[in-house]
Ligand binder design. Structure first.
Ligand code: GCU
Length: 427
C-alpha cells in the first residue's frame, strides 16, 4: 500500500517535471518568436536573382533540393534492382459492390525474405477508368481504414494501442475500421477517386532501432551499420516507399498515375511533402497538420522546434539535421522552400486552431513565402487575398485551411481535399 503510494507519487513528480521542462522550452507566445531572415528561394547561393523559369529548373531548384537531401531528410542511397509487385487479391464486389478492391504487395527485395509493403487499393466501380487517386500512408495498418473484413491484417510492427486492438506490436482483428473517421472511403470513391494506402511501418517501422530494420539496411555497403550523416532517416524512407507505390500504380490500368495526389497527416504530412518534392510524378500533395519538419517554418521556433523533434524522434531526419538543433538560423533552407520544390504542382496545407504544436501561422507563412516560385512558373500559389481564418479555406495552386479543433483528420478536412483535387485532377 505504502509502496504503491510512493510509486504513484514518483510517477506524478516525473510527469510534472517533464511538463515544467516543456513549458520552459516550448514557445506559444507570438511576441517571443525570434526575429529571423528566411533564405530567398529565388536568390541563388552566389547572390544571383532567379528571374526565369529556366534558371529555376536548371539551377536553383536542384540546389535547394540538394540542401534538403543532405541536411534535412537525407539522401536515398541508390536504387533497388529487384523490386517486384505481387497481386495478392482482386475483388470486384468489395464494399457491397461499390468498389474493386486490390491488395498488392511491393516486395522490395523481389522475395518474401526482405521488407515488403502491402497496398490496399479501392477503385470505384461506377467511374470511368483510368481514375485519379489519393495515395496516403496509414499509421496502424490497412485494416484500420475501413471495417471491410476482406482487408488483410497488417503484418508489420505497429505501435501498441489497446484501444485500437493492437497488442505486442501486432494488429488484430479488433483493429478493423478503428481509423475509419480519418478515411472516408465511400465519399472518396463516390467523388470519382481511387484510394490507395499502405502502413508506413511496412517501409520502416517507426521507432529508433539504429536503422537495423526497414529498407535502409538493403542499401548498406559492406561494413556499414547505419545511414551516413547525409543519408536518409525514416521520413525520407517513407517518402521513397510512396514513390514505389506510384511505380506500381503506373502499371495498373485502372489508375491514371499522372493524377495521383500524395496525402498524409502529421509526420506523414511531412512525408507527403517530401515525397512530392523528390518525385515530380506526384501531381499534387496534401499535407495535413504537418508542422515542424513539414510545412511550418523552422526559424519561428513556435511550438515544436528542430531540437525538440530531433530529440523525441532521432530517427526521422538525417543525422546532419541535428546540427541545427537550436541553430535554425544556420539552416541553408527553410520549409517554405520545401513547398516551393513542389511548384508548379498544386499543394494543400492544413492547420487546426488547437494544434499550436504544429504552428499554424508558420505553415501559412511558408505557403505565402513559397508563392513567388509559383508565380515565376505562371501559377497563383497562395492567392494574395488569402488570410488565416478558421473555417475559410483558400484554394490557389497553394491551398490552405485552418479549422477549429484539434490535431486530427476529419471529414471537414477531406471535404476540402476533394474540392481542391476536383479543381486540378478532374478531366
Ligand atoms: C508528434 C510530433 C510531430 C508529429 C506528430 C504526429 O506530435 O512531435 O512532429 O507531426 O507526432 O505524427 O502525430
Amino acid at each position: 500500500m505504502v509502496k504503491t503510494f510512493f510509486y504513484i507519487l514518483f510517477g506524478v513528480l516525473l510527469l510534472w517535471g517533464d511538463n515544467l521542462l516543456l513549458a520552459q522550452q516550448i514557445n506559444y507566445d507570438e511576441s517571443k518568436v525570434p526575429a529571423y531572415t528566411l533564405p530567398d528561394p529565388l536568390v541563388m547561393e552566389n547572390g544571383v536573382k532567379v528571374t526565369t523559369p529556366a534558371q529555376w529548373w536548371k539551377q536553383r531548384r536542384s540546389a535547394i533540393l540538394k540542401i534538403f537531401d543532405e541536411n534535412v531528410y537525407g539522401k536515398v542511397p541508390g536504387k533497388l534492382q529487384h523490386i517486384t509487385f505481387r497481386v495478392r487479391e482482386i475483388s470486384r464486389k468489395a464494399l457491397d459492390g461499390l468498389a474493386i478492391r486490390k491488395q498488392v504487395t511491393v516486395l522490395f527485395t523481389g522475395n518474401d525474405s526482405g521488407p515488403k509493403m502491402d497496398l490496399l487499393i479501392y477503385i470505384p466501380n461506377s467511374s470511368k477508368k483510368p481514375l485519379p487517386a489519393f495515395l496516403g500512408l496509414n499509421f496502424y495498418g490497412n485494416q484500420t481504414v475501413c471495417k471491410d473484413t476482406g482487408i488483410f491484417l497488417c503484418r508489420s510492427w505497429v505501435r501498441n494501442n489497446p484501444d485500437f486492438g493492437i497488442y505486442d506490436h501486432r494488429a488484430t482483428g479488433a483493429s478493423r475500421g478503428v481509423r475509419a473517421s480519418r478515411w472516408p472511403v465511400k465519399k472518396i470513391l463516390a467523388s470519382g477517386y481511387a484510394l490507395v494506402t499502405a502502413c508506413y511501418n511496412d517501409i520502416d517501422p517507426d521507432f529508433d532501432d539504429g536503422f537495423q530494420n526497414g529498407v535502409q539496411p538493403l542499401f548498406y555497403k559492406p561494413g556499414q551499420q547505419r545511414p551516413a550523416p547525409d543519408e536518409w532517416g525514416a521520413i525520407a524512407a517513407w517518402a521513397w516507399g510512396l514513390s514505389r507505390a506510384l511505380d506500381y500504380l503506373e502499371t495498373d490500368p485502372d489508375i491514371d498515375a499522372g493524377r495521383v495526389a500524395v496525402m498524409g497527416h502529421s509526420r506523414l504530412g511531412k512525408t507527403a511533402l517530401w515525397a512530392a518534392a523528390e518525385d515530380q510524378r506526384f501531381a499534387m500533395a496534401i499535407s495535413n497538420m504537418s508542422g515542424c519538419g513539414g510545412a511550418a517554418l523552422s526559424r519561428r521556433q513556435y511550438g515544436e522546434t528542430v531540437e525538440r523533434i530531433n530529440t523525441s524522434f532521432p530517427h526521422w531526419f538525417c543525422a546532419n539535421f541535428k546540427m541545427y538543433n537550436d541553430h535554425e538560423d544556420a539552416l541553408p533552407v527553410d520549409q517554405h522552400e520545401l513547398i516551393a520544390l513542389i511548384a508548379p504542382r498544386p499543394v494543400y496545407i492544413t492547420a487546426a486552431v488547437e494544434d499550436r504544436w504544429a504552428d499554424p501561422k508558420g505553415m501559412f507563412l511558408a505557403a505565402r513565402y513559397a508563392t513567388p516560385v509559383y508565380r515565376l512558373l505562371g501559377k497563383t500559389g497562395l492567392p494574395d487575398h488569402a488570410e488565416m481564418i478558421p473555417g475559410k479555406p483558400v484554394m490557389g495552386t497553394i491551398g490552405f485551411h485552418i479549422r477549429p479543433g484539434m490535431h486530427d483528420v476529419t471529414s471537414y478536412d477531406w471535404q476540402q481535399f476533394l474540392l481542391f483535387a476536383n479543381k486540378f485532377l478532374k478531366k
